[in-house]
Write a protein that binds this ligand. Structure first.
Ligand code: SF4
Length: 419
């Protein structure tokens, strides 16, 4: 018979002051500073009106050309490498399976989310097209060029999915429809399905319906914060940003109605001050509604209002990653799990041997997101190193190897099986 040693109290961790979680009190964003008039709304980019010439690679030393969606979109560095638009290699992976697109305008996103590299307060020191987002640069490329490349042979494309990320901008809905239509006119959504990462603040039910009618497969809402209080602190009044928790939920419920079960979900960032119990309750709530959660590990994005704060300790992140996987894909309920007085997971609600097999399969620790073509619980959206450096991986963009699993077990404080 085999057994595993399983402590019930999490051990001291690798975070701030030796803590193994990020507490609410520590995770206070900086207040945004006032933006000089001449930098507001991308004024200087529009005034200089430099015409774009093909692909624009982010470069903070020159004035960005005047580019805007729907003619232009930005795409992740990983997608640009996979598409052959940029040179470069990624640690541990040959390509990304998701073509992540981002709408772009000289005015940029009009929201001010504290953890985000695209936030409005950054207009004081960086043109929108030059801002880092989830740790990487986002080159700007004509949408027609992207469609031309992928449309040559969609069935053999490395991409398992395309995703349009909306931002907070008055043109965001209309341009999302145009970009989506441009894609589905040339590329069969059966060959490469499309997800919408929405911005509910400016959306109506009709807008959600329109994305479905134009061929979108999955609709997600970037809730990001796990509780209403944290939402307000990081994306609402707390940082002079327009978002409201209730509006995000309204649009997510419209998406549930329009897209149906398993075809909607929410993004959640772990480690911004919520407890593990709070975030896992939210995961359960989403599953009960018929949707999914897509998790990100908090990373202090350079230039953001939270860049002085600690990344989520790996202990906290691994516990939540594992528990979320069990709730999302293994029918384990949060009520079956146990938590300590600080809301940390102490028991996962399944027998130790079963848990051990799930850890060793490694899928729970891969990047989570909309599914690709391999299997339902393996995300197409692998976002290589979007939430950590390769030296201390949070979300694995590749199947974790033996040495990775050893490290993960250490972070979980669940040693290997003893025969
Ligand atoms: S709405 Fe999205 S893109 Fe805009 S600042 Fe917030 S998180 Fe960033």
């Amino acid at each position: 018979m085999s057994c595993i040693e399983h402590k019930t109290t999490p051990s001291p961790g690798n975070g701030e002051a030796g803590r193994d979680y990020n507490p609410f009190d520590v995770m206070e964003p900086r207040a945004p500073q006032k933006t000089p008039q001449d930098r507001k709304n991308g004024k200087h980019v529009k005034a200089n009106d430099i015409p774009p010439q093909g692909v624009y690679l982010p470069n903070n030393n020159i004035l960005a050309p005047h580019m805007k969606s729907p003619e232009y979109v930005q795409l992740s560095t990983a997608a640009a490498i996979t598409l052959g638009i940029m040179g470069g290699r990624m640690y541990g992976c040959e390509c990304t399976r998701c073509l992540n697109l981002l709408l772009t305008y000289p005015e940029g996103c009009r929201a001010n989310c504290a953890y985000c590299g695209l936030a409005r307060h950054r207009e004081a020191d960086r043109d929108y097209a030059d801002r880092n987002f989830i740790r990487v640069d986002w080159p700007a490329v004509p949408m027609a060029e992207i469609v031309d490349i992928v449309a040559r042979d969609p069935d053999s494309s490395p991409f398992h999915r395309m995703c349009i990320s909306m931002i907070t901008h008055p043109r965001s809905e209309q341009d999302t429809f145009t970009v989506l239509e441009q894609w589905t006119n040339r590329i069969d959504p059966g060959a490469i399905p499309v997800s919408i990462l929405s911005n509910p603040t400016t959306m109506t039910r009709d807008d959600v319906q329109r994305t479905k009618d134009l061929g979108a497969d999955i609709f997600t809402v970037a809730l990001d914060a796990a509780t209403p209080e944290l939402f307000d602190r990081t994306r609402g009044k707390g940082v002079q940003s327009p978002h409201k928790w209730s509006k995000y939920w309204d649009i997510m419920l419209e998406a549930r109605d329009i897209f149906g079960p398993q075809k909607f979900g929410a993004h959640i960032i772990v480690g911004m001050g919520e407890t593990e119990y709070e975030v896992l309750n939210l995961v359960q709530q989403l599953v009960d509604l018929g949707g999914h959660s897509h998790m990100f590990c908090f990373f202090p994005e350079q230039g953001s209002l939270m860049d002085h704060l600690p990344a989520t300790p790996r202990d906290q992140w691994r516990r939540v990653q594992l528990a979320r996987y069990l709730i999302d894909y293994r029918d384990v309920r949060v009520e079956k799990m146990r938590f300590d007085e600080l809301g940390r997971v102490t028991e996962y609600g399944i027998p130790a041997t079963e848990l051990s097999d799930i850890i060793d399969a490694g899928i729970a620790f891969r990047t989570s997101g909309c599914p690709g073509k391999f299997q339902d619980d393996i995300s197409a959206c692998d976002r290589p190193y979007g939430d950590s450096p390769p030296s201390d991986i949070a979300s694995y963009p590749f199947p974790p190897k033996k040495k990775d699993l050893k490290r993960i077990r250490k972070q979980l404080d669940i040693p290997v099986m003893l025969e």
